[in-house]
Design a protein. Sequence first.
Lengths: 377, 404
Amino acid sequence: MSLVYNEEQRMLLDTAQEFFAERSPVSALRALRDSGDELGFEPSVWREMTELGWTAIPFPERLGGLAFGYTGMGAVFESAGRQLSASPLLSSIVLCGSVLELGGSEAQQAQWLAEMISGSKRLALAVDEGARHNPERIELVAKRNDRGFELSGSKVMVVDGMGADGWIVAARTGAADDAISLFIVPAEAAGVSVSRQKLIDSRNTARLVFNQVEVAADALIGELDQGAEVLSLALDRGRACIAAELLGACESLFQTTLDYLRTRVQFDVPIGSFQALQHRAAWMHVDIELARSSLMAALEALDADDVQAGQLVSLAKWKVGQMADKVSNEAVQMHGGIGVTDELDVGLYFKRIRVLQALLGDADYHLNRAAPLLDAA
Amino acid sequence: MINTIEEFRADTRAWLESNCPESIRGPAKDGELVWGGSRIEFLNEAQRLWFERMRDRGWFCPDWPTAYGGGGLTPEQDSVLQQELKRLKCRPPQINLGIWMLGPVLLEFGTEEQKQRLLPPMTRGEVRWCQGFSEPNAGSDLANLRTSAVDAGDHYVVNGSKIWTSYGDKSDWMYCLVRTDPHAAKKQEGISLVVLDMHADGVEVRPIDLISGKSAFCEVFFDNVKVPKDNLIGPLNGGWTLAKRLLQHERSAMSKFGDFCLPNHFDLMAIVSRYIPEDSQSAADIMLRAKATELALNEQAFNLSVRRMGEEARAGQDVSATAAIMKLVHTEQEKQKFELLVDVMGHRALGWDGDEFSEQELAISKAWLLSYTQTISGGSSEVQLNVIAKRVLELPDAPKGGAK
């Protein structure tokens, strides 16, 4: 266990960087956006990612996985972030895959996991209901009846929820705060309406409305009322991967900004020679360094099943998120007028970064979450 | 070879187990460390024993050649020794800037005569060294220094003054940057490194009181001090290169300090919860708690960065980009932490002395005031930012005037 990628992880990082640069560069995202694509990713790129084995990385071998761990996953997400490459790796593999791995029955795992790993099916996780991420406040209700359960309520910010083969839905099944249960709802279930939430990053984000949706008893994942723990761990894995993607995007954007500072001439000198800008750039470097250490510690803790993983994940999402706000704001400001034009990729990075910052808890959420856990750290 | 090094480890471990007194293990409080030198003081018998045993083994300078009194260990053996010392949490037998900073430079640049003369007393802990770099008009712009050394045949005559010399009043010798060519085209090219006897005629030392009270810092004045020419280290007017090398050693020496000094550590979150009622929902209290959490998390991120840098270095990676942030981040974080404590504690953090305030409250006031020195000394935060911008980020030089 280490805060540094080992040789195998480094090879994966190199492969992933090459792959995304070639098969899914920023221009691909721009093209997807311009075509108004609802799916938000290229199915051919996704297929190639499954062929490279990346969808099997986090799972144990008995479930058809490679048992390569979340540090390895971090290397892939970091590389995707650098190019703003889109794929359902987070939604289907990290989030839903984790829920099934940790809480699913053998039958549920057999029915879904192999096909999720192969890419022939995909699920999306439906948790949030309000304006800001808050998995402690779930109001969508699942009521037991003699056929199974009936779900009513709505979900927002469902990543890759459009066109999914089904959703894993977090529902309230009891009065106690943590009486949360997880259900697999197949896309064909009657009473679900799906609509696109078109966000600034042009990705696939959905609103789901459940109007007395009936699911069979075997749609329940794990025990009734006991879903919160599995959900929490799955969310933490997702948060760490989002932090990795954010860090990759920020490092790439920072390099672009530095190139601009070195080459843009005003008052007869490169603007990067101005100390006012140099010091701001140096502080960005500082924050990127601190963010990387926090991220690597979170990935390490997840792989070690460390009891402090939750605290370290929140540290990482907080630090990376806070850094990302700064780096993206400064990138726009330092590019000056051209920085606010759509022509430049800076805007695409800025928009994706801000969505990732909000996703599964922004810096404020994670500051609040990390605080009571600090004593143990 | 593996066998030999493992044997060395076993022998070393056994020797340390039986020779490092129990009371010398674990972090030391302020003022509990032994400083080598002619006026050495031991607080207890254990300190004396540990000092003498390590000295007799040549382990004040384990990786220096035995010819100069060192331990003659290979780099591999030295790193095993360091690991074993760390494992037992042994405090260093003495603190000595000579060994940490000047010694390596002498080994690299000194003449044979200088090595024979200056190194063995260091390896016996007989001489306490101080550093004469900064001057009233040469702080961040060190190359602006003016203390002059004028050629007078067989010796130089030194005039001028140094400032911020730590423990100048307790030191025996100083390594000192002096101007030997006032007409050099570039000011960096007219500087030499000399060593001088602090007991010599014409040397006067005055301790400096800081905003926090008494301090280790001194001013040192030179009035026609005679320095034999044999005391010039490295080439005449070639001192700037040596100075940069010394400062590299300073950085690694300072990082060692953290290993065995009990940091003036105050548990931020615990203090905040003592002064702000847990159930307070006032916006101001909520904001202060949030700020405290931010600082605590940033400190955690810094500590993880220290660990990551160590692991990357051991993996053979270039860590210069991470190393460049360390001094800046640590000192700025400390300052922010005390600033917040002053906010949280109100007048309880503004006490100077007396029974009105608790020991911890007074310690926090002092540490807060002292934290201002940390972002200035050893390369101010602004200089650190310049270094990051230029060396790490490779941003272009300012057209003129700016710091290099």
